[in-house]
Design a protein around this ligand. Sequence first.
Ligand SMILES: C[S@@+](CC[C@H](N)C(=O)[O-])C[C@H]1O[C@@H](n2cnc3c(N)ncnc32)[C@H](O)[C@@H]1O
Length: 237
Amino acid sequence: MDKSAKDPSKIQSMFTTIAPRYDLLNRVLSMGIDGYWRRFAVGQLPKVENARILDVATGTCDVALEIMKRFPPDAKVVGVDFSEGMLELGREKVGKSDYRDRIDVRFADVTSLPFEDNTFDGSIIAFGIRNVQDYKKGISEMGRVVKSGGKVVILEFTSLQNPLFRVPYRVYITKVLPFIGELISGKKGAYKYLPSSMLEFPAPEVFKRAIEETGLKDVRYFKLTFGIAAVHVGTKR
Ligand SMILES: C[S@@+](CC[C@H](N)C(=O)[O-])C[C@H]1O[C@@H](n2cnc3c(N)ncnc32)[C@H](O)[C@@H]1O
């Protein structure tokens, strides 16, 4: 993929363009499996007393809301994103939920998080890290703001390894997905970027090493749904 495709201002405006149809497209394109992937990822976060969790690239706040459903009532979440379009929809969803007093939604870039070191018990990013040009910087930041012993959880598509599913998956990603994406969103182009960003993301083992290089320890990963997605979990030293 052309490196300029991940230019932060291009990514920002692309997400603002697709924001109004983002949730619907997620459900349709993943055939509803995305909810299970998020629940699995949220399940890796530490359920400590008075948990403070950071949801990075929160978008329309699905992960932030999932955390609230699964954590005790003393937990709080801060959700950050750098697309105003996505944040607007996220704030609206949170505002209509029972959790509006416990989720704080803010503008921030993952590569320079506006929080002190050791602030959170865990940080999580779902389907956001592959869009970040310097993704190691993003992961370092997610680790920096987490307390010692806290977790960094990353849910992302992977380059599918399973030989049986490789070909049909490629056809789905490169042909069907852009077609449905454009049909529902009415926006040309945005759903052309998605296939290349999904197919070019490192394999889980390679990504694990990249996470270790940011200084996190005990990095593990779980492949989900034949390895279409993976959840990586690292611990702050
Ligand atoms: C595919 S959406 C995922 C949203 C949400 N986490 C979910 O699970 O549906 C990716 C999000 O990452 C955000 N994003 C991409 N790069 C970012 C960055 N450098 N800093 C903050 N947010 C970023 C985009 O604005 C977008 O809202």
